[in-house]
Design a protein around this ligand. Structure first.
Ligand code: FE2
Length: 97
């Protein structure tokens, strides 16, 4: 018996979000870089975009039901983490209090 049967799917969805956010950061930063670094970041962007899709595909593979609702639920948790002030400002914190 699995204690947390949906944990793997949630972990894969969170992994997809991490990869997607990396993809977005490379997309935003690339235009401000010199040609060599720009090309490197664009190649990383392409990799990250494949990775987030891979994570979502694996989540779908291991889930016993559609994952769309869970993807939205985790997006809401991320949104709250971003918008909720934190006492200590960190790289992935929300706004500082
Ligand atoms: Fe990645």
């Amino acid at each position: 018996m699995t204690i947390e049967p949906r944990r793997l799917v949630d972990t894969l969805i969170v992994g997809a979000y991490i990869e997607a956010r990396s993809c977005e950061r490379f997309f935003r930063l690339a235009p401000y870089l010199d040609q060599e670094l720009n090309s490197f970041y664009v190649s990383l962007l392409a990799s990250e975009s494949r990775h987030y899709q891979d994570y979502l595909n694996m989540a779908r593979q291991y889930a016993d039901e559609p994952i769309d609702e869970r993807v939205c639920f985790i997006a809401e948790i991320e949104r709250q983490a971003i918008l909720t002030p934190d006492k200590e400002f960190r790289f992935h914190s929300g706004a500082a209090e």
